[in-house]
Design a protein around this ligand. Structure first.
Ligand SMILES: Cc1ncc(C[n+]2csc(CCOP(=O)(O)OP(=O)(O)O)c2C)c(N)n1
Length: 278
């Protein structure tokens, strides 16, 4: 069913809160990756709030949905969404990257908090998600397995082994969302190593594959609904995004891949996000 006007507004409002949490967390840690998760906030929010069946009540259930963050460095947004879902306290977010915190700079498996797998070494996530999807199918569970990935991560050969396997096994319960912002740690993705048309690549590997505007919550929700309706093939959603989305001085800047804002920059970022809301 299509999103109502109220749901669209609510998702946009939550995505804005997630963005505020991201900049606050990276500022408090004085290190981390703000750009990627700011760009992913719209599709992560739509996935987590509208589709991912993970709650404090069902976190230990075998047949619940799973999520794997392949591009693990973008975990500030992931943690902010786990807080939105009640799996951790919002105040806990400010322990991000601190000694002893479960919220490290790359996800560390913690089923109590709903973190299904440790990631950070790019390329592994989709293989893990494919394994979870195969296991769920063999067990007869209705679980859906979601994986986030990125254009930079798509340079890893292991992604394409996973893509081959998932199509071979007909893992229709698996969906990958690729954050395609044409930026990676060293600059423009197309200059570092161009992965080209990822939608066409996934389609050629036997996947149901679409490309969408990764900031349009209606298009994101529609693509996730289509993926759920698919009965034969795994689904790939290539989400065109802008790194740093919502923060004027971070947008489309590779320099904000992995740098913390200082006090003035945090204030400016929060001002930008508030202005976008009005
Ligand atoms: C196997 C591996 N190689 C290198 C790195 C270092 N690294 C961390 S993030 C990154 C760039 C990833 O590209 P992308 O996810 O597109 O970056 P973003 O859009 O977040 O800027 C790299 C090379 C890593 N984490 N894992």
């Amino acid at each position: 069913m299509a999103l109502t006007r109220d749901r669209v507004d609510a998702l946009r409002a939550t995505a804005r809160e997630v963005r505020e949490d991201i900049v606050r967390m990276v500022h408090a840690a004085a290190c981390g990756h703000p750009g990627g998760p700011l760009g992913m906030a719209d599709f992560m929010t739509t996935l987590f709030l509208e589709h991912l069946d993970l709650t404090p009540e069902n976190r230990h259930a075998e047949d619940r949905d799973r999520f794997v963050l392949g591009n693990g460095h973008t975990c500030a947004g992931y943690y902010a969404l786990l807080a939105q879902k009640g799996l951790l306290d919002r105040e806990q977010l400010l322990t991000f990257r601190k000694m002893g915190s479960p919220l490290q700079g790359h996800p560390h498996r913690n089923l109590e908090l709903g973190i299904d797998f440790s990631t950070g070494s790019l390329g592994n996530g989709l293989s893990v998600a494919a394994g979870m999807a195969l296991g769920a199918k063999m067990s007869g569970w209705s679980s859906r397995i979601y994986c986030a990935s990125s254009d930079g991560e798509s340079q890893e050969g292991q992604i394409w082994e996973a893509a081959t396997s998932a199509a071979h096994w007909g893992l229709s319960n698996l969906t990958v969302i690729v954050d395609f912002n044409d930026i990676q740690i060293d600059g423009r993705m197309r200059d570092v190593m161009d992965v080209r048309d990822l939608r066409a690549k996934y389609a050629a590997f036997g996947w149901h594959a679409v490309e969408i505007d990764g900031h349009d919550v209606v298009a994101i929700d529609h693509a996730l609904c289509e993926a759920k309706a698919e009965t034969e093939r795994p689904s790939a959603i290539v989400a065109r995004t802008t790194i740093g989305k919502g923060v004027s001085f971070m947008e489309d800047q590779s320099s904000w891949h992995g740098v913390a804002p200082n006090d003035e920059q945090l204030a400016q970022a929060l001002e930008d996000l508030a202005a976008a809301a009005s």
